[in-house]
Design a protein around this ligand. Structure first.
Ligand code: FMN
Length: 169
């Protein structure tokens, strides 16, 4: 089985979660990890795709929220293409397995999730969601991640690998 992990990250928090997920998936399958800015428009050849990005303004980031992150919040860079743009250009598929995650600030009252929005896009492209989406928490816009989040990400990835392998593909 081959897995692709696609992430977007301004400060590196989502990237750290993505790397923990990729490392865990790598225990039981072949894994590639790529920034959404450099990801191909097709996921042909992959059985499982895991997509993650930061929650911005209750959903996936946009060019304006990424620019705002740089201008107002000191983000080191704004990716030209985030997971929203990548998903909009992505080729449809037939039943490729998928799961999504996001990072968000540690404030339970804030609604919205990039992972939920990304999941809906993937579904409409024909992906089969293999595991409920997950959110990982950062202390402030720039992070860092809360203690234990990369371990929790690895555990989430383990359940995805088990579910994906159980499909017998
Ligand atoms: C413009 C902007 C809007 C944001 N909106 C939200 C939000 O609606 N909900 C939330 O939980 N976090 C929000 N955040 C915090 C981000 O989720 C946080 O910066 C991200 O998890 C950091 O991950 P990264 O280092 O991978 O970019 C926002 C951050 C920025 C810069």
């Amino acid at each position: 089985m081959r897995a692709l992990v696609v992430y977007e990250s301004l400060w590196g928090n989502t990237e750290a979660v993505a790397r923990a997920i990729a490392e865990q998936l790598g225990q039981s399958m072949e894994v590639e990890i790529v920034d959404a800015d450099a990801a191909a428009r097709s996921t042909d050849g992959f059985d499982l795709v895991v997509v993650g990005g930061p929650t911005h303004a209750f959903s996936m980031s946009r060019p304006s929220t990424r620019q705002n992150a740089v201008d107002q919040h000191g983000a080191p860079h704004a990716p030209r293409r985030g997971i929203r743009e990548w998903l909009h250009e992505l080729e449809p598929t037939r039943g490729t397995l998928a799961a999504t995650f996001d990072t968000r600030v540690d404030k339970p009252r804030l609604p919205g999730s990039a992972a939920r929005a990304a999941k809906q896009e993937l579904r409409s492209l024909g992906f089969e969601i293999v595991m409920k989406q997950e959110s990982f928490r950062v202390h402030d816009y720039g992070g860092p991640l809360l203690d234990g989040e990369t371990e929790r990400a690895a555990e989430w990835a383990r359940t995805i690998a088990n579910a994906a392998l159980a499909t017998g593909r």
